[in-house]
Write a protein that binds this ligand. Structure first.
Ligand code: G3H
Ligand code: ZN
Length: 283
């Protein structure tokens, strides 16, 4: 089937109390790996790329890869721009065929975040593309952006105002997760999540899920998270398998051999995450 938007996917997740896994893909093997996991578990799936991935290969290449994966798939697949940095990148992704857009103005003051987000929702709503935006600051380093220490969590009242003002389809919340590997166990502010959920009806998104214990992710889904983003653990899985293969076979020169090893490791990883999200069997 052709690519679908994240709108119906996330609304269904919200209504049936599970989350869709959103997986950052950085090459063809990762796209194939994520699709294989989704098909094995009959799970709806979101593949997403950051601005730096687009800088590396171009939006058309990712669209081509994800379209090829989706066209004969037995599960719905969406292609999402993750942490879109500006309006022109949103336009570029939409033109390439992305079916979901994130505009991340979370590093800006509230009114500027509203302004840039509204500009993107105006563009996207005219062509039926849903928009995710972020309020509050997820810590750590995402792509080329680094949040400072002690950054603000999402304020529930501000979240309500932000959703009303922007017309977004989903909201990424800052409740104690961070991008990249954690030092120690992350402590999620689950009460805050419940408070946000009470005031906001659009599906909520959890960023920085790599390294968050499965039980904490599951509890956040019970409290309203409908999309869970994983990047770092997939990178580590892919690169770890490639590294091991090359170390074990130093004479190896065929990229297909180590690519296959990376692909298989990512499929295992994604299946594990899908089970945590509760999206297995939901397609
Ligand atoms: O937007 C992508 C993510 O929030 C992924 O975070 O790298 O910590 O898994 P992660
Ligand atoms: Zn993120």
């Amino acid at each position: 089937m052709s690519l679908v938007t994240t709108k119906e996917m996330l609304n269904d997740a919200r209504d049936r109390h599970y989350a869709v896994g959103a997986f950052n893909v950085e090459n063809m093997e990762m796209v194939q790996a994520v699709l294989a996991a989704a098909e094995r578990l009959r799970a709806p799936v979101i593949m997403q790329t950051t601005p730096s991935a687009i800088k590396y290969a171009g939006a058309d290449y990712f669209y081509g890869n994800v379209f090829a994966a989706a066209k004969d798939a037995c599960v719905p697949v969406a292609l999402h721009l993750d942490h879109g940095s500006d309006y022109s990148l949103a336009v570029q992704a939409v033109r390439a065929g992305y079916t979901s857009i994130m505009i991340d103005g979370s590093k800006m003051p509230l009114e500027s975040n509203i302004q840039i987000t509204r500009k993107v929702t105006e563009l996207c709503s005219s062509i039926g593309i849903p928009v995710e935006a972020e309020l509050g600051k997820v810590g750590g380093k995402e792509d080329d952006l680094e949040a400072g220490p002690g950054e603000a969590y999402t304020d529930p009242g501000e979240a309500e105002y932000f959703v009303e003002q922007t017309g977004i389809s989903s909201l990424a919340v800052a409740i104690g997760t961070a991008h990249g590997f954690y030092q120690g166990e992350p402590q999620l502010d689950l009460q805050r999540l419940s408070d946000i959920k009470r005031r906001v009806s659009v599906p909520l998104v959890l960023h920085g899920a790599s390294g968050v214990p499965a039980e904490a992710v599951a509890e956040s889904i019970r409290r309203g998270i409908c999309k869970v983003n994983y990047a770092t653990e997939l990178r580590a899985a892919y690169t770890g398998a490639v590294r091991e293969t090359l170390e074990n076979q130093p004479e190896l020169i065929d990229p297909k051999i180590f690519g296959k090893a990376g692909r298989e490791r990512v499929t295992e990883q994604v299946m594990e995450k899908m089970k945590v999200c509760g999206c297995a069997g939901k397609a």
